[in-house]
Design a protein around this ligand. Sequence first.
Ligand code: SAM
Ligand code: ZN
Length: 139
Amino acid sequence: MARRVLTIPRIERRRSRVHGWGVFACEPISKNKRIIDYAGEKITHKESWKRETRYLERGHIWCFRLNNRWVVDGAVGGNVSRFINHSCAPNCYAHVVDGTIWIRAARTIAPGEELTYNYHTDGEATIPCRCRADCDAKL
Ligand SMILES: C[S@@+](CC[C@H](N)C(=O)[O-])C[C@H]1O[C@@H](n2cnc3c(N)ncnc32)[C@H](O)[C@@H]1O
Ligand SMILES: [Zn+2]
């Protein structure tokens, strides 16, 4: 039987023009490629409400909704994907497969481009979006 292995494109964390740290492509990434999983501790929504409130006091969003039952907290046991910033015109998207949140390329991405996806946050939007100079959205 032919062997199929999942290859992950090279990416790295660097300072971002959008906010703090960001994650950048080190090689060309083709459309729909699985780039990295949003790793972290799997917690209930109830627990996530508590943690999000604490994180938001410092302007951070780390909790990613997996489904109606679970949320993944990237601040606990997470990987570099937790530094991917939000954009209203992103080059990546999130795709949940068998309980894993994959960050995938929404289009061909060139080396050096910052990776972004739309957070689709819920609740009170308090953080002004800096994805581009004239963006008036809030996260
Ligand atoms: C998952 S972290 C991303 C990594 C973050 N840049 C850092 O250095 O920790 C999410 C936080 O980054 C910031 N952020 C991400 N995208 C942003 C955007 N488009 N505009 C403003 N802040 C953003 C917000 O503070 C948000 O709570
Ligand atoms: Zn924006």
